[in-house]
Ligand binder design. Structure first.
Ligand code: SF4
Length: 420
């Protein structure tokens, strides 16, 4: 075996990169790392120049997966904290695509945590993809789990450019990380994707207790399948998963793996994703990987809805309408029907409530304004506290809004009655 540069030259000349050479990249001494990286960069530059492509992922369904992948915080065996929500609406997916486009993304990827899509879910996603292709003008990828043949054709007809489904590891190591579906299911899905005419995006995860041979098997299987794009993820161990205590892969090993995958698949998009790319960012882009993937919502770590997100605004809107609406209604009752109320119980309660706001009898508009401010503040606090719950379970979040509101009003009325 010649120098690392010789390997790059042979790969560029279309000669075979052997399993032996692949193993030697992984076991190469750290002191040679810069040379290995330089050789991988030569190959990368030949095919891809210095460009990177930004992919934005939208986690369109989270935490509901019945599968038992040991690395995944969304699996049914994980006890880790993760948002749980059903499939987003078509409009939410289209809105996220617009944001991705505005952020300069090359591709927008709709990801769901599932064994595979149900037909109704697939219809929603296909409708969203059609609208995105017609109105947003961005390339679309989907990652929806195991597909049936007809589903792959449905996605292609809707306009999906690329489908992601990772092999995760070697065939030998796969049963160690998942028992609810087989390696073969994943290979078959990639076949359906290619047969339907979509680009295939397929890679794996490094750092799940696999051997060097497993990584080499994975790289060569991806070459055999002829996939278009290869995401290499470095395990970001999630608390609550069976692999939650797995040590982080050494950054030097991460780089060697990327170089090995690059030599084995010289012309393919090699992407680095899964969280660890943030640690390695400066180097990976220069060397092996071409297209880092960024997440709007991470698949693996819990997130709160950003305030700019339409869902957060929606939640704040519900809280504000409820709280401020009540204040306004209270003011209207007092001003318009005050005479009719006379000195009845309701009038007395309202008067006492105003006294609680520190205002005397008669200053109704001022009391209502103070009440409005108090309620708006309460609404903002409620919305902030419920942001995370809203992502997991909207009905529960709305029930909590109502419960907090009723409890707050009940306490005020209780205080007012106590003072009567
Ligand atoms: S990796 Fe995919 S299939 Fe496996 S548990 Fe996670 S979401 Fe489900």
């Amino acid at each position: 075996m010649g120098s690392w540069s010789d390997i790059a030259d042979r790969v560029l000349a279309g000669k075979e990169f052997t399993r032996e050479e692949a193993l030697s990249v992984l076991t190469s001494p750290d002191v040679e790392l810069l040379d290995v990286l330089g050789a991988a960069y030569k190959v990368r530059h030949h095919y891809h120049g210095n460009k990177v492509k930004i992919h934005v992922l939208e986690n369109a369904m989270s935490g509901m997966c019945p599968e038992d992948c040991k690395f995944c915080s969304q699996s049914n065996i994980s006890t880790g904290e993760v948002e749980r929500y059903r499939l987003e609406s078509k409009d939410d997916m289209v809105a996220a695509a617009k944001k991705a486009k505005a952020a300069g993304a090359y591709k927008y990827c709709i990801v769901t945590s599932t064994r595979g899509p149900s037909d109704p879910q697939l219809s929603t996603i296909c409708a969203a993809v059609k609208e995105i292709k017609e109105t947003v003008g961005i390339r679309v990828c989907t990652s929806l789990g195991i597909l049936e043949r007809h589903q792959a054709h449905q996605l292609k007809a809707a306009g999906v450019d690329r489908f992601n489904h990772n092999l995760e590891s070697s065939e030998r190591h796969f049963p160690e990380i998942c028992s609810t579906h087989a390696y073969e299911d994943r290979v078959r899905t990639i076949g359906y994707v290619q047969e339907a005419g979509m680009e295939s995006c397929c890679g794996g995860i490094v750092g799940m207790g696999e051997k060097d041979e497993d990584l080499v098997d994975l790289a060569f299987e991806l070459r055999r399948l002829g996939v278009t794009s290869i995401p290499i993820n470095f395990l970001n161990p999630r608390p609550g998963t069976p692999l939650g205590d797995q040590p982080l892969t050494d950054p030097k090993r991460c780089l060697k793996v990327l170089c090995m995958v690059r030599f084995a698949n010289p012309s393919r998009d090699v992407r680095c994703a899964g969280g660890r790319e943030r640690d390695l960012h400066g180097v990976i882009v220069k060397l092996g990987a071409r297209a880092p993937a960024f997440h709007l919502c991470a698949m693996s770590s819990p997130t709160v809805i950003p305030r700019s997100d339409p869902r957060a605004r929606h939640l704040l809107g519900v809280c504000l309408t409820l709280c401020c609406g009540f204040s306004i209604a209270e003011m209207v009752v007092f001003l318009v029907f005050g005479e009719m109320l006379g000195d009845g119980a309701l009038h007395q309660i309202l008067t006492q409530r105003h006294a609680l706001y520190g205002l005397g009898k008669g200053s109704v508009p001022l009391a209502a304004a103070v009440g409005l401010l108090l309620h708006a503040g309460m609404a903002a606090l409620m919305a902030a506290a419920l942001q995370r719950m809203w992502l997991r379970n909207r009905k529960l979040a709305l029930s909590m809004v109502l419960l907090i509101f009723v409890a707050f009003q009940g306490a005020l009325v209780g205080l007012a009655i106590g003072k009567l």
